[in-house]
Ligand binder design. Structure first.
Ligand code: GDP
Length: 481
Protein backbone atom coordinates (compact mmCIF):
# COMPACT_ATOMS: atom_id res chain seq x y z
CA UNK A 1 0.00 0.00 0.00
CA UNK A 2 1.20 3.49 -0.66
CA UNK A 3 2.07 5.47 2.46
CA UNK A 4 2.00 9.14 2.97
CA UNK A 5 5.75 9.30 2.44
CA UNK A 6 5.36 7.47 -0.84
CA UNK A 7 2.79 10.00 -1.86
CA UNK A 8 5.05 12.80 -0.74
CA UNK A 9 7.95 11.21 -2.53
CA UNK A 10 6.01 11.27 -5.74
CA UNK A 11 4.98 14.84 -5.19
CA UNK A 12 8.57 15.85 -4.43
CA UNK A 13 9.75 14.01 -7.49
CA UNK A 14 7.41 16.06 -9.62
CA UNK A 15 8.63 19.21 -7.99
CA UNK A 16 12.22 18.25 -8.63
CA UNK A 17 11.37 17.74 -12.26
CA UNK A 18 9.89 21.16 -12.42
CA UNK A 19 12.80 22.69 -10.55
CA UNK A 20 15.42 21.34 -12.92
CA UNK A 21 13.40 22.54 -15.85
CA UNK A 22 12.80 19.12 -17.31
CA UNK A 23 9.15 19.79 -18.07
CA UNK A 24 8.83 18.94 -21.71
CA UNK A 25 7.33 21.49 -24.09
CA UNK A 26 4.07 20.26 -25.60
CA UNK A 27 2.49 21.16 -28.90
CA UNK A 28 -1.20 20.36 -29.32
CA UNK A 29 -2.07 19.68 -32.93
CA UNK A 30 -5.75 19.54 -33.89
CA UNK A 31 -6.73 17.36 -36.84
CA UNK A 32 -10.21 17.97 -38.18
CA UNK A 33 -12.37 17.84 -41.27
CA UNK A 34 -15.85 16.68 -42.16
CA UNK A 35 -16.69 13.01 -42.03
CA UNK A 36 -14.51 10.87 -44.35
CA UNK A 37 -12.20 13.75 -45.21
CA UNK A 38 -9.22 11.58 -44.25
CA UNK A 39 -8.45 12.33 -40.58
CA UNK A 40 -7.88 8.75 -39.47
CA UNK A 41 -5.61 7.98 -42.40
CA UNK A 42 -3.66 11.20 -41.97
CA UNK A 43 -2.96 10.61 -38.28
CA UNK A 44 -2.16 6.91 -38.69
CA UNK A 45 0.25 7.62 -41.54
CA UNK A 46 1.88 10.52 -39.70
CA UNK A 47 2.55 8.46 -36.57
CA UNK A 48 3.70 5.47 -38.58
CA UNK A 49 6.19 7.53 -40.61
CA UNK A 50 7.65 9.10 -37.49
CA UNK A 51 7.87 5.87 -35.49
CA UNK A 52 9.50 3.89 -38.28
CA UNK A 53 11.95 6.65 -39.17
CA UNK A 54 10.73 6.65 -42.76
CA UNK A 55 12.52 9.10 -45.02
CA UNK A 56 10.69 12.45 -45.01
CA UNK A 57 12.87 14.80 -47.07
CA UNK A 58 10.38 17.69 -46.85
CA UNK A 59 10.44 17.63 -43.04
CA UNK A 60 13.38 19.91 -42.33
CA UNK A 61 14.48 18.56 -38.91
CA UNK A 62 14.76 15.14 -40.52
CA UNK A 63 16.36 16.36 -43.75
CA UNK A 64 19.02 18.10 -41.66
CA UNK A 65 19.62 14.90 -39.73
CA UNK A 66 18.53 16.48 -36.43
CA UNK A 67 15.54 14.23 -35.69
CA UNK A 68 16.80 11.55 -33.35
CA UNK A 69 13.63 9.56 -32.92
CA UNK A 70 9.99 9.37 -31.96
CA UNK A 71 8.12 7.13 -29.58
CA UNK A 72 4.59 6.76 -28.32
CA UNK A 73 4.28 8.32 -24.88
CA UNK A 74 2.00 7.45 -22.02
CA UNK A 75 -1.51 8.68 -22.64
CA UNK A 76 -1.62 12.10 -21.00
CA UNK A 77 -5.33 12.59 -20.50
CA UNK A 78 -7.61 10.23 -18.58
CA UNK A 79 -10.76 11.92 -19.80
CA UNK A 80 -10.13 11.60 -23.56
CA UNK A 81 -10.02 8.27 -25.41
CA UNK A 82 -6.72 7.31 -26.98
CA UNK A 83 -6.46 7.35 -30.79
CA UNK A 84 -6.63 3.68 -31.82
CA UNK A 85 -3.35 3.77 -33.74
CA UNK A 86 -2.51 0.08 -33.40
CA UNK A 87 -5.93 -1.07 -34.63
CA UNK A 88 -5.85 1.28 -37.59
CA UNK A 89 -2.36 0.18 -38.54
CA UNK A 90 -3.37 -3.47 -38.24
CA UNK A 91 -6.19 -2.89 -40.74
CA UNK A 92 -3.88 -1.17 -43.20
CA UNK A 93 -1.16 -3.81 -42.94
CA UNK A 94 -3.51 -6.81 -42.89
CA UNK A 95 -3.79 -9.28 -45.73
CA UNK A 96 -5.54 -8.01 -47.65
CA UNK A 97 -5.06 -4.45 -46.39
CA UNK A 98 -8.30 -2.56 -45.70
CA UNK A 99 -9.08 1.05 -44.81
CA UNK A 100 -9.64 1.37 -41.06
CA UNK A 101 -12.73 2.67 -39.30
CA UNK A 102 -13.17 6.46 -39.60
CA UNK A 103 -13.26 9.08 -36.86
CA UNK A 104 -16.52 9.08 -34.87
CA UNK A 105 -15.54 10.99 -31.74
CA UNK A 106 -12.66 12.89 -30.21
CA UNK A 107 -9.47 10.99 -29.46
CA UNK A 108 -5.92 11.87 -28.73
CA UNK A 109 -2.42 10.46 -28.73
CA UNK A 110 0.96 11.72 -27.55
CA UNK A 111 4.23 11.27 -29.42
CA UNK A 112 7.53 12.27 -27.89
CA UNK A 113 10.05 13.55 -30.40
CA UNK A 114 13.76 13.82 -29.63
CA UNK A 115 15.87 16.12 -31.73
CA UNK A 116 19.05 18.13 -31.89
CA UNK A 117 18.52 21.87 -31.98
CA UNK A 118 20.17 23.87 -34.73
CA UNK A 119 20.40 26.77 -32.33
CA UNK A 120 23.97 26.76 -30.98
CA UNK A 121 23.02 27.80 -27.48
CA UNK A 122 20.20 25.30 -27.13
CA UNK A 123 22.39 22.55 -28.57
CA UNK A 124 24.86 23.01 -25.69
CA UNK A 125 22.23 21.53 -23.37
CA UNK A 126 22.12 18.26 -25.27
CA UNK A 127 19.17 16.84 -27.13
CA UNK A 128 15.75 18.45 -26.94
CA UNK A 129 12.37 16.84 -26.45
CA UNK A 130 8.97 17.86 -27.79
CA UNK A 131 5.66 16.25 -26.89
CA UNK A 132 3.33 16.25 -29.85
CA UNK A 133 -0.29 15.79 -28.75
CA UNK A 134 -2.41 14.90 -31.75
CA UNK A 135 -6.12 15.60 -31.20
CA UNK A 136 -8.54 14.04 -33.69
CA UNK A 137 -12.10 15.40 -33.70
CA UNK A 138 -15.05 15.53 -36.12
CA UNK A 139 -15.35 18.82 -38.02
CA UNK A 140 -19.12 18.49 -37.61
CA UNK A 141 -18.68 19.42 -33.95
CA UNK A 142 -17.37 22.85 -34.96
CA UNK A 143 -20.71 23.62 -36.60
CA UNK A 144 -22.15 23.98 -33.10
CA UNK A 145 -20.27 27.12 -32.19
CA UNK A 146 -23.01 29.53 -33.37
CA UNK A 147 -25.54 27.72 -31.15
CA UNK A 148 -23.84 29.17 -28.10
CA UNK A 149 -25.23 32.60 -28.93
CA UNK A 150 -28.69 31.44 -30.07
CA UNK A 151 -31.84 30.85 -28.06
CA UNK A 152 -33.97 27.82 -28.73
CA UNK A 153 -36.57 29.98 -30.49
CA UNK A 154 -33.94 31.54 -32.78
CA UNK A 155 -32.33 28.25 -33.65
CA UNK A 156 -35.74 26.61 -34.25
CA UNK A 157 -36.79 29.37 -36.65
CA UNK A 158 -33.58 29.01 -38.69
CA UNK A 159 -33.60 25.24 -38.73
CA UNK A 160 -37.24 25.09 -39.84
CA UNK A 161 -36.70 27.68 -42.57
CA UNK A 162 -33.83 25.57 -43.93
CA UNK A 163 -35.84 22.37 -43.76
CA UNK A 164 -38.57 24.01 -45.84
CA UNK A 165 -36.19 25.01 -48.65
CA UNK A 166 -36.99 23.23 -51.93
CA UNK A 167 -33.51 21.69 -52.18
CA UNK A 168 -34.14 19.76 -48.98
CA UNK A 169 -37.75 18.86 -49.59
CA UNK A 170 -37.34 15.14 -50.04
CA UNK A 171 -35.14 14.64 -47.00
CA UNK A 172 -37.14 16.90 -44.70
CA UNK A 173 -40.65 15.65 -45.53
CA UNK A 174 -41.00 12.91 -42.87
CA UNK A 175 -39.82 15.30 -40.16
CA UNK A 176 -42.06 18.16 -41.30
CA UNK A 177 -45.01 15.77 -41.51
CA UNK A 178 -44.39 14.68 -37.92
CA UNK A 179 -44.31 18.34 -36.87
CA UNK A 180 -47.47 19.26 -38.73
CA UNK A 181 -49.68 17.10 -36.54
CA UNK A 182 -48.15 18.35 -33.32
CA UNK A 183 -49.10 21.10 -30.91
CA UNK A 184 -45.94 22.42 -29.19
CA UNK A 185 -47.93 23.48 -26.14
CA UNK A 186 -49.18 19.97 -25.44
CA UNK A 187 -48.04 18.12 -22.36
CA UNK A 188 -44.43 16.89 -22.68
CA UNK A 189 -43.70 13.19 -22.94
CA UNK A 190 -40.49 11.32 -23.67
CA UNK A 191 -41.83 9.18 -26.48
CA UNK A 192 -42.92 12.19 -28.54
CA UNK A 193 -39.57 13.90 -27.91
CA UNK A 194 -37.70 10.79 -29.02
CA UNK A 195 -39.79 10.26 -32.14
CA UNK A 196 -39.35 13.87 -33.17
CA UNK A 197 -35.61 13.87 -32.49
CA UNK A 198 -35.22 10.66 -34.46
CA UNK A 199 -37.07 12.12 -37.46
CA UNK A 200 -34.99 15.29 -37.28
CA UNK A 201 -31.72 13.34 -37.07
CA UNK A 202 -32.80 11.19 -39.98
CA UNK A 203 -33.37 14.31 -42.05
CA UNK A 204 -29.97 15.82 -41.17
CA UNK A 205 -28.17 12.60 -42.02
CA UNK A 206 -30.09 12.04 -45.23
CA UNK A 207 -29.23 15.46 -46.62
CA UNK A 208 -25.52 14.85 -46.22
CA UNK A 209 -25.48 11.28 -47.51
CA UNK A 210 -22.94 10.35 -50.18
CA UNK A 211 -25.19 11.07 -53.12
CA UNK A 212 -26.54 14.43 -51.99
CA UNK A 213 -23.55 15.83 -50.12
CA UNK A 214 -25.58 18.89 -49.10
CA UNK A 215 -24.03 21.13 -46.53
CA UNK A 216 -23.91 19.91 -43.00
CA UNK A 217 -26.25 21.50 -40.49
CA UNK A 218 -25.96 21.69 -36.72
CA UNK A 219 -26.35 20.24 -34.14
CA UNK A 220 -23.05 18.52 -34.91
CA UNK A 221 -23.63 15.60 -32.53
CA UNK A 222 -26.78 14.61 -34.41
CA UNK A 223 -24.45 13.77 -37.28
CA UNK A 224 -21.51 12.54 -35.22
CA UNK A 225 -22.85 11.58 -31.79
CA UNK A 226 -19.58 10.13 -30.48
CA UNK A 227 -20.27 8.63 -27.06
CA UNK A 228 -23.60 10.44 -26.76
CA UNK A 229 -25.49 8.15 -29.15
CA UNK A 230 -29.03 7.76 -27.74
CA UNK A 231 -28.44 10.07 -24.77
CA UNK A 232 -31.18 12.51 -23.63
CA UNK A 233 -28.91 15.45 -24.45
CA UNK A 234 -29.57 14.60 -28.11
CA UNK A 235 -33.33 14.11 -27.91
CA UNK A 236 -34.58 17.46 -29.06
CA UNK A 237 -35.68 19.01 -32.35
CA UNK A 238 -36.75 22.45 -33.53
CA UNK A 239 -40.36 23.46 -32.90
CA UNK A 240 -42.39 26.34 -34.35
CA UNK A 241 -43.17 29.23 -32.01
CA UNK A 242 -46.14 28.30 -29.85
CA UNK A 243 -49.19 30.53 -30.14
CA UNK A 244 -50.31 30.37 -26.54
CA UNK A 245 -48.26 31.03 -23.43
CA UNK A 246 -46.48 27.95 -22.22
CA UNK A 247 -46.50 25.90 -19.11
CA UNK A 248 -43.30 24.47 -17.69
CA UNK A 249 -44.64 21.01 -18.45
CA UNK A 250 -45.25 21.62 -22.16
CA UNK A 251 -43.38 19.83 -24.92
CA UNK A 252 -41.92 23.12 -26.10
CA UNK A 253 -40.52 23.94 -22.66
CA UNK A 254 -39.04 20.46 -22.37
CA UNK A 255 -37.24 20.61 -25.73
CA UNK A 256 -36.04 24.10 -24.93
CA UNK A 257 -34.48 22.80 -21.70
CA UNK A 258 -32.81 19.99 -23.62
CA UNK A 259 -31.43 22.40 -26.19
CA UNK A 260 -29.95 24.52 -23.40
CA UNK A 261 -28.53 21.37 -21.80
CA UNK A 262 -26.94 20.38 -25.10
CA UNK A 263 -25.21 23.75 -25.18
CA UNK A 264 -23.96 23.65 -21.62
CA UNK A 265 -23.16 19.95 -21.26
CA UNK A 266 -21.93 19.12 -24.75
CA UNK A 267 -20.97 22.14 -26.82
CA UNK A 268 -19.32 24.46 -24.32
CA UNK A 269 -17.12 21.79 -22.66
CA UNK A 270 -15.82 20.66 -26.04
CA UNK A 271 -14.76 24.16 -27.01
CA UNK A 272 -13.39 24.97 -23.58
CA UNK A 273 -11.55 21.74 -22.78
CA UNK A 274 -10.34 20.70 -26.20
CA UNK A 275 -10.65 23.23 -28.97
CA UNK A 276 -9.44 26.23 -26.98
CA UNK A 277 -6.26 24.40 -25.99
CA UNK A 278 -4.98 23.71 -29.50
CA UNK A 279 -1.79 25.35 -30.76
CA UNK A 280 -1.88 24.29 -34.38
CA UNK A 281 -4.56 22.96 -36.68
CA UNK A 282 -4.85 20.99 -39.89
CA UNK A 283 -8.22 21.09 -41.66
CA UNK A 284 -8.66 18.23 -44.12
CA UNK A 285 -10.95 18.71 -47.09
CA UNK A 286 -12.16 16.05 -49.52
CA UNK A 287 -12.74 18.40 -52.44
CA UNK A 288 -12.75 15.61 -55.00
CA UNK A 289 -15.89 13.95 -53.66
CA UNK A 290 -17.77 17.25 -53.91
CA UNK A 291 -16.44 17.81 -57.45
CA UNK A 292 -17.73 14.39 -58.38
CA UNK A 293 -21.20 15.29 -57.08
CA UNK A 294 -21.49 18.59 -58.98
CA UNK A 295 -21.78 22.37 -58.45
CA UNK A 296 -24.49 22.18 -55.79
CA UNK A 297 -22.31 19.95 -53.63
CA UNK A 298 -19.28 22.20 -54.21
CA UNK A 299 -21.21 25.30 -53.11
CA UNK A 300 -22.47 23.41 -50.09
CA UNK A 301 -18.98 22.26 -49.15
CA UNK A 302 -17.95 25.90 -49.28
CA UNK A 303 -20.78 26.84 -46.90
CA UNK A 304 -19.89 24.06 -44.48
CA UNK A 305 -16.21 25.00 -44.55
CA UNK A 306 -17.05 28.63 -43.91
CA UNK A 307 -19.00 27.55 -40.83
CA UNK A 308 -16.18 25.29 -39.67
CA UNK A 309 -13.53 27.93 -40.21
CA UNK A 310 -15.44 30.70 -38.45
CA UNK A 311 -14.42 28.94 -35.23
CA UNK A 312 -10.86 30.03 -35.86
CA UNK A 313 -11.85 33.65 -36.20
CA UNK A 314 -10.44 36.05 -33.68
CA UNK A 315 -12.40 38.92 -32.24
CA UNK A 316 -15.30 39.80 -30.04
CA UNK A 317 -18.03 38.45 -32.28
CA UNK A 318 -16.78 34.96 -31.65
CA UNK A 319 -18.17 33.45 -28.44
CA UNK A 320 -15.10 31.34 -27.94
CA UNK A 321 -12.55 34.14 -28.16
CA UNK A 322 -13.46 34.70 -24.55
CA UNK A 323 -12.57 31.11 -23.75
CA UNK A 324 -9.27 31.20 -25.57
CA UNK A 325 -6.19 31.51 -23.48
CA UNK A 326 -3.84 30.88 -26.33
CA UNK A 327 -4.43 30.98 -30.01
CA UNK A 328 -3.79 28.87 -33.01
CA UNK A 329 -0.94 30.48 -34.92
CA UNK A 330 -0.84 28.16 -37.94
CA UNK A 331 -3.59 26.44 -39.92
CA UNK A 332 -2.89 24.07 -42.78
CA UNK A 333 -5.68 23.48 -45.29
CA UNK A 334 -5.07 20.14 -46.91
CA UNK A 335 -6.90 18.77 -49.94
CA UNK A 336 -6.75 15.04 -49.24
CA UNK A 337 -6.62 12.01 -51.58
CA UNK A 338 -4.48 13.88 -54.12
CA UNK A 339 -3.39 10.43 -55.34
CA UNK A 340 -6.72 10.24 -57.17
CA UNK A 341 -5.22 12.77 -59.60
CA UNK A 342 -2.04 12.82 -61.63
CA UNK A 343 0.58 15.10 -60.04
CA UNK A 344 0.30 17.52 -62.97
CA UNK A 345 -3.18 18.44 -61.60
CA UNK A 346 -2.09 19.10 -58.03
CA UNK A 347 -1.57 22.83 -58.51
CA UNK A 348 -5.11 23.12 -59.80
CA UNK A 349 -6.42 21.14 -56.84
CA UNK A 350 -4.68 23.59 -54.51
CA UNK A 351 -6.28 26.49 -56.42
CA UNK A 352 -9.71 24.89 -55.92
CA UNK A 353 -9.00 24.46 -52.22
CA UNK A 354 -7.96 28.11 -52.00
CA UNK A 355 -11.18 29.13 -53.68
CA UNK A 356 -13.21 26.94 -51.30
CA UNK A 357 -11.77 28.57 -48.20
CA UNK A 358 -11.40 32.07 -49.68
CA UNK A 359 -14.65 33.54 -48.44
CA UNK A 360 -14.08 32.08 -44.98
CA UNK A 361 -10.55 33.48 -44.95
CA UNK A 362 -11.77 36.89 -46.06
CA UNK A 363 -14.39 37.05 -43.37
CA UNK A 364 -12.45 35.33 -40.70
CA UNK A 365 -9.41 37.58 -40.32
CA UNK A 366 -6.99 34.85 -39.50
CA UNK A 367 -4.98 37.77 -38.20
CA UNK A 368 -1.62 36.68 -36.98
CA UNK A 369 -2.41 33.17 -38.14
CA UNK A 370 -0.36 31.70 -40.95
CA UNK A 371 -2.39 29.58 -43.37
CA UNK A 372 -1.42 27.48 -46.38
CA UNK A 373 -3.19 25.22 -48.89
CA UNK A 374 -1.56 21.91 -49.75
CA UNK A 375 -2.64 18.92 -51.84
CA UNK A 376 -1.68 15.72 -50.03
CA UNK A 377 -2.26 11.99 -49.92
CA UNK A 378 -1.46 10.59 -46.50
CA UNK A 379 -1.50 7.08 -47.94
CA UNK A 380 -1.10 6.83 -51.63
CA UNK A 381 -3.30 4.14 -53.16
CA UNK A 382 -2.28 4.70 -56.80
CA UNK A 383 0.76 5.05 -59.05
CA UNK A 384 1.01 7.13 -62.21
CA UNK A 385 0.96 6.09 -65.84
CA UNK A 386 0.26 7.40 -69.31
CA UNK A 387 -1.78 6.19 -72.26
CA UNK A 388 -1.75 7.35 -75.85
CA UNK A 389 -5.09 8.41 -77.20
CA UNK A 390 -5.17 9.59 -80.83
CA UNK A 391 -1.57 10.76 -80.62
CA UNK A 392 -2.33 12.64 -77.41
CA UNK A 393 -0.80 11.51 -74.11
CA UNK A 394 -3.27 11.17 -71.26
CA UNK A 395 -1.94 11.11 -67.70
CA UNK A 396 -3.48 8.25 -65.78
CA UNK A 397 -3.47 6.81 -62.32
CA UNK A 398 -3.16 3.08 -61.70
CA UNK A 399 -4.73 1.21 -58.81
CA UNK A 400 -7.37 -1.30 -57.77
CA UNK A 401 -10.87 0.19 -57.30
CA UNK A 402 -12.83 -1.09 -54.32
CA UNK A 403 -15.39 -3.77 -54.95
CA UNK A 404 -18.67 -2.31 -56.17
CA UNK A 405 -17.17 0.94 -57.47
CA UNK A 406 -18.56 1.72 -60.89
CA UNK A 407 -17.67 3.75 -63.92
CA UNK A 408 -20.28 3.87 -66.68
CA UNK A 409 -21.47 0.30 -67.06
CA UNK A 410 -18.43 -1.27 -65.50
CA UNK A 411 -18.68 -2.52 -61.92
CA UNK A 412 -15.31 -3.38 -60.37
CA UNK A 413 -14.70 -6.58 -58.46
CA UNK A 414 -12.06 -5.31 -56.02
CA UNK A 415 -9.37 -7.49 -57.61
CA UNK A 416 -8.62 -5.88 -60.93
CA UNK A 417 -6.02 -3.19 -61.35
CA UNK A 418 -6.94 -0.47 -63.83
CA UNK A 419 -5.40 2.63 -65.43
CA UNK A 420 -7.83 5.52 -65.12
CA UNK A 421 -7.85 8.95 -66.69
CA UNK A 422 -9.54 10.96 -63.93
CA UNK A 423 -10.21 13.98 -66.17
CA UNK A 424 -8.82 17.50 -66.16
CA UNK A 425 -9.55 19.92 -63.36
CA UNK A 426 -10.52 23.34 -64.73
CA UNK A 427 -7.90 26.05 -64.76
CA UNK A 428 -10.30 28.52 -63.21
CA UNK A 429 -11.90 27.09 -60.05
CA UNK A 430 -14.86 29.48 -60.32
CA UNK A 431 -16.43 27.39 -63.04
CA UNK A 432 -16.93 24.54 -60.56
CA UNK A 433 -19.32 26.62 -58.50
CA UNK A 434 -21.59 27.59 -61.37
CA UNK A 435 -24.47 25.37 -62.28
CA UNK A 436 -24.82 26.75 -65.81
CA UNK A 437 -21.22 26.08 -66.87
CA UNK A 438 -20.58 22.73 -68.43
CA UNK A 439 -18.63 20.97 -65.73
CA UNK A 440 -15.72 18.79 -66.76
CA UNK A 441 -16.24 15.06 -66.70
CA UNK A 442 -14.34 13.87 -63.64
CA UNK A 443 -13.95 10.31 -62.45
CA UNK A 444 -12.86 9.77 -58.89
CA UNK A 445 -13.15 6.22 -57.64
CA UNK A 446 -12.37 4.76 -54.28
CA UNK A 447 -9.27 2.61 -54.45
CA UNK A 448 -8.08 -0.15 -52.16
CA UNK A 449 -5.18 0.73 -49.87
CA UNK A 450 -1.75 0.00 -51.35
CA UNK A 451 0.04 -3.27 -50.82
CA UNK A 452 3.04 -2.15 -48.87
CA UNK A 453 6.01 -1.54 -51.04
CA UNK A 454 9.35 -0.68 -49.53
CA UNK A 455 10.81 -1.45 -46.10
CA UNK A 456 12.21 1.51 -44.13
CA UNK A 457 15.59 1.70 -42.36
CA UNK A 458 14.14 -0.18 -39.41
CA UNK A 459 12.77 -2.89 -41.68
CA UNK A 460 9.19 -1.81 -41.07
CA UNK A 461 6.99 -1.35 -44.11
CA UNK A 462 6.30 2.24 -45.14
CA UNK A 463 3.30 3.63 -46.93
CA UNK A 464 3.82 5.77 -50.00
CA UNK A 465 2.43 9.30 -49.60
CA UNK A 466 2.25 12.68 -51.30
CA UNK A 467 3.61 15.71 -49.43
CA UNK A 468 2.87 14.33 -45.98
CA UNK A 469 6.39 15.49 -45.09
CA UNK A 470 5.67 19.04 -46.22
CA UNK A 471 2.47 19.09 -44.16
CA UNK A 472 4.39 17.93 -41.09
CA UNK A 473 7.07 20.53 -41.65
CA UNK A 474 4.55 23.36 -41.85
CA UNK A 475 2.81 22.16 -38.70
CA UNK A 476 5.72 21.41 -36.38
CA UNK A 477 9.06 22.02 -38.12
CA UNK A 478 9.57 25.48 -36.62
CA UNK A 479 9.08 24.09 -33.11
CA UNK A 480 12.11 21.88 -33.58
CA UNK A 481 14.71 24.49 -34.41
P1 GDP B 1 -12.24 10.44 -41.44
O1 GDP B 1 -11.49 9.82 -40.29
O2 GDP B 1 -13.72 10.28 -41.35
O3 GDP B 1 -11.87 11.89 -41.65
O4 GDP B 1 -11.81 9.70 -42.79
P2 GDP B 1 -10.77 8.49 -43.03
O5 GDP B 1 -9.38 8.90 -42.67
O6 GDP B 1 -11.29 7.25 -42.39
O7 GDP B 1 -10.85 8.37 -44.61
C1 GDP B 1 -12.07 8.01 -45.25
C2 GDP B 1 -11.77 7.22 -46.50
O8 GDP B 1 -11.12 8.04 -47.46
C3 GDP B 1 -10.81 6.05 -46.26
O9 GDP B 1 -11.51 4.92 -45.84
C4 GDP B 1 -10.21 5.88 -47.63
O10 GDP B 1 -11.08 5.15 -48.47
C5 GDP B 1 -10.15 7.29 -48.17
N1 GDP B 1 -8.82 7.94 -47.99
C6 GDP B 1 -8.34 8.61 -46.91
N2 GDP B 1 -7.10 9.08 -47.14
C7 GDP B 1 -6.77 8.68 -48.41
C8 GDP B 1 -5.62 8.89 -49.25
O11 GDP B 1 -4.61 9.52 -48.88
N3 GDP B 1 -5.69 8.35 -50.51
C9 GDP B 1 -6.78 7.66 -50.96
N4 GDP B 1 -6.76 7.18 -52.21
N5 GDP B 1 -7.87 7.46 -50.20
C10 GDP B 1 -7.87 7.97 -48.94
Amino acid sequence: PTTLTDELGIALGNLADAATGTITPTLRLGVTGLSRAGKTIFITALIHNLLTGARLPGFVPMAEGRLIGARLAEHPDNATPRFAYENHLAALTGSPPVWPESTRRISQLRLTLRYQSNNWLKAQFGTQTLNLDIVDYPGEWLLDLPLLTKTYAEWSAEALALARRPAREAEAKPFLDALASLDPSREADDVTAETLAAAFTQYLRASKGDARALSTLPPGRFLMPGDLEGSPALTFAPLPDPVSTLRHSSLYAMLERRYEAYKSVVVRPFFRDHFARLDRQIVLVDALRALNAGPEAVADLETALTAVLSCFRQGTSNPISRLLTRRIDKILFAATKADLLHHTSHTRLEAILNRLVASAARRAHFSGTETRPLAIAAIRATREGAIKDNGETLHTIIGTPEEGQRLGDTVYDGKTEIALFPGDLPENPDSLFKTHESTPQLNFLRFLPPKILSPSQTGDPVFPHIRLDRALDFLIGDKMQ
